[in-house]
Design a protein around this ligand. Structure first.
Ligand code: SF4
Length: 482
């Protein structure tokens, strides 16, 4: 990325990828294109797909949104085949280039293999060093390429065994889709950090990060790929394996707070339902006398509705979001810094004038956008602005696939109550209230399967897998194949 440009959304946490797979559809490329369109919110920097007709792979990968990457669909007509995997990528700064666009593919001793990954592996630095020393040549800086090399080096007897062998050597968060000439293979890590669901329509199977990708195909949601499960889909149907040591589930609770589309089911439950409950709970924990509730659109809409329902304060559309801004923005001069936020959000003056406003946001990362929004709302005539956040303070970075800045850049990195007052003053709100971790977890458990467990590391600092420990474990215990 050019030095003069920044992301429009650089004050929000970012999902790093969305994945989609289809087995048994005569126009697998077109279906994958539509599935990736539905998953656009999970990655906007590049998109790609690999399609198999049973013998040959056909591939397209390009930078840009799905519509741009496939030139509004023109680039998929030559991608013949009935099995496909696709990937939308969001990248962290410095790795935004076409070489990192997924899926990756190789031609190795067993034939052809492609892989698409959502998540982040935390021991790949050591693995990469070892593999480079033993002859591997990498074309990208992506984790996924390391895994595909590990699969190729495995001496397992079948491709699913080789994949399991490779994934036993990595630690962290992964939902993977693999494609061979004749199989679609889906794998979720034993803690199940990132979501992955299976759907079906007639004899066609779908696998996707979120179920909104099934709805576009009128496919039925069958179930989630379970933590630690490998699903192999081939001409004989769907086969389930559990090739890894079980671990305590650590589903990313941020999927429910912000990342997943509200119309998706993630971790077996509707994101809208939990998000609305978070808003209701927030109204119980931080009530306030006010005239209207508004959301920072679009991601906080559902939580704001919940706050409104619980408090009895009417919900209004007080901010309009411009959906047509590009992914990057040329930084304006110092004096025009507010311009960036103003192009993205516009206050509805007729709604806000003379009102005491509750402004609901789903999370605060750096707080700079929220500060400008509060000022816009006041300038539109609001008498008071009370900010309510439908998640706890984000105090720690994420190692499991979410680009959450460094700890230094997180406005809530300090954990004392005085600091919450400082944040309130920084954003210019009259009052500020965050949902408690306890309240958030109570709702998440109430609306999830009894065996569900959640990762809350970015709030609590309690990491389900510590990167340093895992690197040590790898150095001490792992014997490499090949
Ligand atoms: S640290 Fe936060 S964002 Fe990362 S997986 Fe855990 S809950 Fe999700």
């Amino acid at each position: 990325m050019d030095d003069q440009t920044t992301r429009w959304d650089d004050d929000e946490p970012h999902e790093e990828c969305g994945i989609f797979g289809v087995y048994g559809h005569p126009r697998a490329a077109e279906v994958t294109f539509l599935g990736l369109y539905a998953l656009q919110h999970r990655g906007q920097e590049s998109s790609g797909m690999v399609v198999s007709d049973g013998e040959v792979f056909r591939t397209h990968r390009a930078m840009g949104l799905v519509a741009e990457a496939y030139e509004n669909g023109d680039r998929i007509h030559s991608l013949n085949g009935h099995i496909a995997i696709g990937h939308n990528r969001y990248s962290t700064t410095g790795s935004s280039n076409a070489a990192n666009a997924q899926p990756f593919k190789i031609n190795y001793k067993r034939g052809l293999l492609a892989a698409a990954h959502n998540g982040n592996l935390i021991n790949t630095g050591t693995l990469r060093e070892f593999m480079e020393e033993t002859g591997a040549i990498f074309h990208s800086t992506s984790d996924t390429e390391i895994v595909i090399h590990l699969v190729a080096r495995s001496e397992g007897e079948s491709v699913p065994e080789m994949i399991a062998d490779a994934l036993r050597r990595v630690e962290g968060a992964y939902s993977f889709l693999f494609l061979t000439e004749k199989q679609l293979i889906a794998v979720r890590d034993p803690r199940g950090f990132r979501p992955l669901a299976v759907g079906k329509s007639g004899n066609t199977y779908f696998v996707a990060s979120e179920t909104c990708a099934f709805d576009i195909m009128d496919a039925e949601y069958l179930r989630d790929v379970a933590p630690g499960e490998m699903l192999v889909i081939d001409e004989n149907g769907l086969h389930s394996f559990y090739p890894f040591e079980p671990a305590r589930p650590s589903f990313c609770i941020f999927e429910h707070i912000y990342f997943a589309r509200p119309d998706s089911k993630v971790f077996g439950e509707n994101a809208d339902k939990l998000r609305r409950r978070f808003g209701r709970r927030l109204a119980i924990e931080y009530p306030i006398e006010a005239d209207i509730v508004i959301a920072v659109p679009d991601s906080a809409n559902t939580a704001a509705l919940g706050y409104s329902e619980q408090s009895g304060i009417p919900f209004e559309i007080g901010l309009i979001r411009n959906h047509y801004v590009g992914r990057t923005f040329i930084d304006p001069s110092q004096t025009m810094r507010e311009f960036k936020v103003k192009v993205k959000y516009n206050p509805v003056r007729g709604v806000l004038k003379d009102q005491r406003v509750v402004l609901v946001e789903d999370s605060i990362v750096r707080g700079t956008t929220l500060k400008q929004l509060v000022r816009l709302i006041r300038n539109a005539g609001a008498r008071a602005v009370h900010v309510r956040v439908s998640s706890p303070p984000v105090r720690h970075p994420c190692y499991y696939g979410i680009d959450m800045q460094t700890r230094r850049e997180l406005i809530a990195a300090r954990s004392d109550d005085d600091h919450i007052a400082e944040i309130r003053d920084f954003i210019g709100a009259d009052t500020l209230g965050y949902l408690s971790t306890d309240g958030m977890l109570r709702i998440a458990h109430d609306y999830s399967a009894p065996d569900a467990g959640f990762c809350t590391a970015c709030f609590s600092g309690e990491y389900p897998v510590q990167p340093s420990e895992q690197v040590n474990k790898l150095l001490l215990e792992t014997k490499f194949i090949g």
